[in-house]
Design a protein around this ligand. Structure first.
Ligand code: AMP
Length: 380
């Protein structure tokens, strides 16, 4: 999708992906190699103006190698390091004044037992709580719920596996009213200048089932100007801390409603994000998250992050395989648009999405329902 956004701007792409069937091969030169292959990395970096990634698990050594072979590498390797470790993310949230679930780093079942048995006043996480791997978890993978002391040993075994030195984090379970995300974009200074521009898309409401994002709605309904401002203030501080350029996504839990709403930090994604795919159709001209990420890392003026004229709200319905619908099965009425990623369909894999736009909230929800009825695995 980044390639598709950049081609009309005259940007040409080279991609590195270990998978020979990577869909990016349709929109640019594809080098197929493991990320750590230095020869392939050197071939990849040759002649590039800028390098970026849309996957946070790129080894930081690889980002370091690129930095010494390419004039601009964004986001900075430091952002990758933080976003690859849930513990570092939580500590960053604390530094910027964003509340988090109570958490503790644990490396053994004894440490887990100690963290769970102490309540908040004793510095523990209490019950119920969620045990997670610190690294390489996504979509609820590498996680286990702990409802009672009797679950502790089983949860530890399920998440730590056979690892001799497991790196885990246990978090209090948050009774959130909904999940939100804030997509932030900060540009590198334009040539010869020093001013950076920072923009934010409206907060997005994310609806998950089984730990997997199914539907995103933008702007999230019922967000006060104060809550949007608060999220943006936190977002700007995170960008500052990481010396960040490009698109960054803050995944948040909203606790409470209306005037008593609070935000807690869940995760950070140093990249364009699934909850921002609606921006392709929903945002003002030139303002999709993909185009803005490219503009940001190239030091070009950013596009708008407001809604496109005539569009009050938008949604993104994930297509989760199998089966893969045929695009002709998605209505073509100007308000719904299919995006199929040309990925092999596997159970639980995101293989595409459908964007829906509308003038107002009621029309959007009706349209989401229509698409869900017509396309069997859309948004579910
Ligand atoms: P994650 O991969 O950490 O984003 O977790 C996947 C999903 O699990 C989140 O989107 C939430 O729906 C849920 N989840 C994760 N952590 C917590 C928590 N501490 N409290 C409540 N729900 C959680």
């Amino acid at each position: 999708m980044m390639g598709l956004a950049g081609i009309p701007l005259g940007i040409r792409f080279r991609f590195l992906d270990p998978d020979p069937d990577a869909p990016a091969g349709d929109v640019g030169e594809l080098i197929t190699a493991p990320y750590e292959d230095e020869e392939a990395l050197a071939q990849f970096a040759r002649g590039l103006d800028a390098a970026t990634y849309e996957f946070e698990n790129v080894p930081s050594r690889v980002a370091g190698f690129l930095c010494s072979h390419c004039p601009a590498v964004f986001p900075p390797p430091k952002a990758l390091e933080v976003c690859q470790d849930r513990l570092l993310e939580k500590r960053l949230f604390q530094r910027v004044g964003l509340e988090t679930p109570r958490f503790a780093a644990v490396a053994s079942v004894e440490e887990l037992r100690a963290a769970v048995s102490r309540d908040a006043s004793g510095g523990g996480v209490g019950l119920p709580c969620v045990l997670k791997t610190r690294r390489f978890g996504y979509d609820g993978k590498g996680q286990a719920m702990i409802h009672s002391e009797g679950d502790i040993a089983g949860a530890f075994e399920a998440v730590a596996g056979h690892s001799k030195e497991p790196l885990l984090i246990v978090e209090s379970f948050v009774e959130f009213s909904r999940e939100l995300s804030l997509i932030c974009v900060r540009s590198a200074p334009e040539k010869g200048g020093s001013a950076r521009t920072t923009r934010f898309y409206p907060l997005v409401e994310n609806r998950h089932t089984g730990g997997i994002l199914r539907v995103s709605v933008a702007p999230a309904p019922g967000i006060s100007a104060e809550l949007q401002r608060l999220a943006e203030t936190i977002g700007a501080r995170v960008l500052d801390e990481l010396d960040y350029k490009g698109v960054l996504t803050l995944e948040l839990f909203q606790v409470g409603q209306d005037a008593s709403a609070r935000l807690l930090g869940n995760e950070l994604a140093p990249r364009v994000h699934n909850s921002g795919h609606w921006t392709i159709e929903g945002s003002a001209c030139g303002g999709s998250q993909f185009e803005n990420h490219l503009r940001a890392i190239l030091g070009w003026p950013l596009g708008m992050t407001t809604m496109r004229e005539g569009i009050g709200c938008a949604a993104m319905l994930n297509l989760i395989g199998p089966p893969l619908p045929h695009p002709s099965g998605v209505r073509a009425e100007g308000w719904s648009h299919p995006h199929l990623y040309a990925k092999a369909s596997r159970t639980g894999r995101k293989v595409g999405h459908i964007s829906v736009t509308a003038k107002d909230r009621a029309e959007l929800e009706t349209r989401i329902e229509r698409v869900r009825q017509e396309v069997p695995n859309a948004g579910r």
